[in-house]
Design a binder for this molecule. Structure first.
Ligand code: HEM
Length: 393
């Protein structure tokens, strides 16, 4: 199976002033010029209540680990870069992992918890079945623990690793505050109900994003993350062969594109594509002793076992964002939910804007990733800093 092609362009940056990848002269992100970062109330009811009662809560800060672990962000950056050199697939995997963490009860690393007594883990929930990158986080976290035991949260590790991944795949740098703490619970049922589905239509998708505080423009820019990585055939096979029970393809799809996708996903593979039969179970994905080779195995098996389509199918030269939005305008969206963006008046306007102005997309994407990374965060004294991201300490 094909590997992911990513646009391996890295723009050098330091912690305070950073440039975007494509044209460094376009945007210089000065952290002080960014608006204050809002915190969105999506923590669990109990936690929210406790937060209200305790009153004094720390807030996120730039360079939160300055005193306690000054090398934290450097360690995360270099680990992600080193692993990316060997397997570029880790970058989209880490970006998706951050979305699936933050969208469910906030950026609290709850998605990383293994199943345990007392809760249905997010890893076990159907929308998370194909999630990858857990072992990558384990490796980064073990390096952090070696340098500064018990200091850097898994929740900060997830969002910082995702930012590094965005840069490595040709996307923008965005400043992130730190000081997130880790949850003591995982929310499997919430994940099942709140994570959007690839089959969602426009209105469902808009409602889903707006329930987390994102407007239509932000939803369109967030979905630009689908510029990188792979989508397994099972998520769109119905559009190719039997759309809405018609025994035919989705009529809104470009016919050449249907042929291209059919060449990747044929009906003989149908048995492989049923989520029930072939999707990796969380226990298959989870290894108790993570090592660099286990990540490679995890990622390789996900690609080899199941047929998939690369999102940057025109090749790694395509900029982060441009191909995705241009493709949507040509009826070449891979997922139904992606293509739906062209069916709404406002969402289509943003698709058109981003298709023709990659700088605008990068700016909006940076801002929306900052917002995503601050959803429902826990700060001291709430939550904890887990030593092992898979287990409550
Ligand atoms: C309506 C909202 C969304 C839906 C329904 C959705 C669904 C999906 C699906 C079905 C896949 C394919 C997974 C696989 O084949 O293993 C995927 C991949 C991906 N998604 Fe989304 N997604 C959504 C929004 C987002 C957002 C907001 C982000 C990040 C900000 C994101 C980042 C990614 C990435 C990077 C991949 C590629 C993963 C990889 O190659 O490992 N998605 N998404």
């Amino acid at each position: 199976q094909d590997d992911i092609d990513t646009n391996n362009k890295f723009s050098s940056h330091d912690d305070k002033y950073c440039s975007l990848s494509d044209d460094e002269s376009h945007y210089i992100f000065d952290v002080d010029s960014f608006p204050p970062l809002p915190m969105f109330a999506t923590t669990s009811h109990v936690e929210r209540k406790l937060q209200q009662q305790t009153g004094a809560r720390e807030s996120l800060k730039y360079d939160y680990y300055h005193q306690t672990c000054p090398q934290a962000e450097r360690i995360i950056r270099s680990s992600v870069r080193d692993l990316f050199k060997k397997r570029p697939q880790i970058a989209p995997a880490l970006l998706r992992l951050a979305f699936h963490d933050c969208f469910v009860e906030g950026c609290d690393a709850s998605v990383l918890l293994d199943p345990a007594e007392g809760f249905h883990s997010e890893k076990e929930s159907p929308p998370n079945e194909s999630l990858k990158g857990f072992d990558v986080i384990d490796i980064i976290k073990s390096e952090l623990e070696e340098a500064c035991p018990g200091v850097v949260s898994c929740a900060d590790t997830v969002v910082l690793a995702a930012r590094e991944s965005v840069i490595l795949t040709g996307g923008p740098f965005y400043p992130l505050k730190t000081g997130r703490r880790d949850s003591v619970a995982s929310f499997g049922e919430v994940a099942t109900f709140e994570l959007p589905s690839p089959q969602d239509d426009l209105s469902k998708m808009i409602v889903s994003f707006s329930s987390k505080g994102f407007d239509e423009r932000e939803a369109v820019s967030l979905l630009g993350a689908h510029s990188t990585g792979v989508i397994h055939c099972k998520f769109f096979i119905n559009r190719l062969y039997n759309f809405s029970g018609t025994n035919s393809s989705d009529p809104t799809m470009n016919s050449e594109f249907v042929s291209l996708l059919r060449s990747k996903c044929n009906t003989n593979q149908a048995s492989l594509m049923s989520p029930a039969s072939k999707a990796q179970s969380p226990s298959q994905l989870v290894s108790s002793s993570p090592s660099p080779s286990s990540i490679m195995d995890e990622l390789a098996s996900a690609l080899v076992e199941e047929p998939a389509m690369k999102m940057d199918y025109e090749g790694p030269g395509a900029n982060f964002g441009t191909l995705y939005y241009r493709s949507l305008l040509q009826g070449r969206g891979i997922l139904y939910v992606d293509q739906q963006l062209t069916t709404g008046e406002e969402t289509k306007t943003w698709v058109q804007a981003y298709a023709s102005d990659v700088s605008l997309f990068h700016k909006d994407f940076g801002l929306v990733m900052m917002k995503l990374s601050n959803l429902g965060v826990l700060t001291a004294p709430m939550g904890q800093v887990r030593k092992d991201c898979r287990k409550v300490s």
